[in-house]
Design a protein around this ligand. Structure first.
Ligand code: ZN
Length: 449
């Protein structure tokens, strides 16, 4: 069987890293095969000593790969039960689908094999975490960096929540299948990588300003890989370029793995994710669920890069920011928060402000004092590590991915709310909070709408 395991070094390493920590993650193996990935199953299942299998997929993924995988599993003589959901665009990962799945996994199942995209993967991760089972996942598109992440996204009432669950045990990427997926799927994958570059810059900014820990080795590795892919797709993605497709899925899996290795979502979820989630909350509350988080994150990352660019063009003054800050008007703040996020989410955000929060005057003054000293040292490397907003826009356009919140129907007022208030969903420090510390976030947002 011809396969490669491009992340072997990272997944296997137990040595202490240069950041001082010993990293570990739940994904044990990642394989890339040119085609016929179903033929790899006997070897994989043998390693787990499996006796009874459960198979999870969606009807659309069945056509792409699921049928072949399912019949290969059955031909091996294992008892195989299965749960096949509607196409992934037609259902969400929620407690109904998860509950339905849980009751259909027979007692005595040893291994779960799932074939699909993000929703199938999230459901399978959730069920495996409940039943302590190993999960072998075969993606049918290179569309997301969440496959290998230690979380599952659930839709609950009118919002989406992310539950901590272990990543799959094994991920197998079949390049012939990924290359046959619609271009928009790989486009969403590339948008995720663009967004990861923003997250990595925010992570760097956060550790410089708050002193929180950061692994520069893993951060540098992901950043190099993402930028390499972006450089190679300058003129679009050719599905025939199997090396590129292999590197794209490897980079997406690596992003999730790095969030697992570092024990924090910061390398892959920065200001752009908070902005994307704010946009998502608005869409979900209006029952619009067909726009993926990856798409929103791609758009949001473009706005965040423009925020970094705003600071490059308009040097903020710490002294003015110190003098003009009179503390937060609580009544106004709360009423705006409820207006933008609604009552329930607003209360949830307020209750998440515990202990020394971002808005307390002393903390803010301390940050401004620090920034007046380190600004010229911290910002230039971040500016040079980010692609320019015009380059990002043309990249996203080549991939037929939306480049603005206007493209998905938001009004100017809604976009301003999303850009200015998205930071309330973040528990860490990032570019939006830096702009807010300098009292220029609103000004910057107005230049973008
Ligand atoms: Zn490290």
């Amino acid at each position: 069987m011809q396969y490669t395991s491009p992340l072997e070094d990272i997944l296997r390493t137990n040595d202490r890293c240069s950041c001082g920590r010993a990293h570990s993650c739940s994904l044990q193996s990642f394989y890339v095969l040119p085609d016929s990935s179903e033929d790899f199953l006997p070897e994989l299942l043998g390693r787990f000593g499996a006796r009874r299998l459960h198979f999870i997929s969606s009807s659309s993924a069945m056509e792409a790969l699921g049928e072949r995988v399912h019949s290969r599993m059955s031909s091996l003589g294992y008892p195989v039960s299965s749960s096949v959901f509607p196409p992934e665009s037609g259902f969400v990962c929620d407690h109904v689908s998860a509950g339905d799945l849980l009751i259909h996994v027979p007692y005595g199942t040893d291994v779960i094999v799932a074939v699909g995209e993000k929703t199938v993967c999230d459901l399978a991760k959730f069920v495996c975490s409940k039943q302590h089972l190993p999960l072998i996942f075969l993606p049918v598109s290179a569309s997301s960096d969440t496959f290998s992440m230690p979380e599952a996204e659930f839709t609950e009432n009118d919002r989406r929540i992310r539950l901590p669950v272990p990543a799959p045990t094994v991920i197998v990427a079949d390049i012939s299948v990924l290359s046959a997926a619609p271009t928009s799927s790989s486009g969403a994958g590339v948008a995720s990588l663009l967004a990861d570059i923003v997250s990595l810059s925010d992570w760097d900014l956060c550790s410089s300003v708050t002193g929180s820990s950061r692994c520069s080795e893993l951060s540098g590795l992901l950043s190099d890989r993402c930028r390499d892919i972006l450089r190679r797709i300058e003129n679009g993605i050719s599905p025939k370029d199997s090396t590129l497709m292999s590197d794209l899925i490897t980079c997406l899996v690596l992003a999730g793995v790095i969030s697992d290795l570092t024990g924090t979502l910061l390398p892959v979820r920065g200001s752009e994710s908070c902005i994307a989630r704010t946009a998502e909350l608005k869409l979900v509350s209006e029952d619009i669920t067909d726009i993926s988080f990856e798409t929103l994150r791609g758009i949001a990352s473009l706005y965040c890069v423009r925020m970094y660019e705003y600071l490059r063009k308009n040097r903020p003054d710490t002294e003015t920011a110190r003098q003009d800050f009179y503390g937060i008007d609580r009544v106004y703040f709360n009423s705006e928060l409820f207006r933008v996020f609604g009552e329930k989410e607003g209360h949830r955000i307020l209750s998440s402000f515990g202990g020394e929060n971002y808005y307390q005057t002393e903390g803010r003054m301390r940050r401004l004092n620090l920034l007046s000293r380190i600004y010229d040292e911290v910002m230039p490397p971040l500016w040079s590590s980010l692609p320019s907003s015009s380059r990002m826009t043309s990249l996203l356009r080549t991939l037929s991915v939306p480049t603005s919140f206007y493209d998905i129907g938001f009004t100017r007022e809604e976009i301003l709310d999303i850009l200015i208030w998205g930071k309330e969903l973040s528990g860490s420090y990032d570019i939006t909070k830096l702009l807010a510390d300098f009292l220029v976030l609103e000004k910057a947002a107005y230049t973008m709408v």
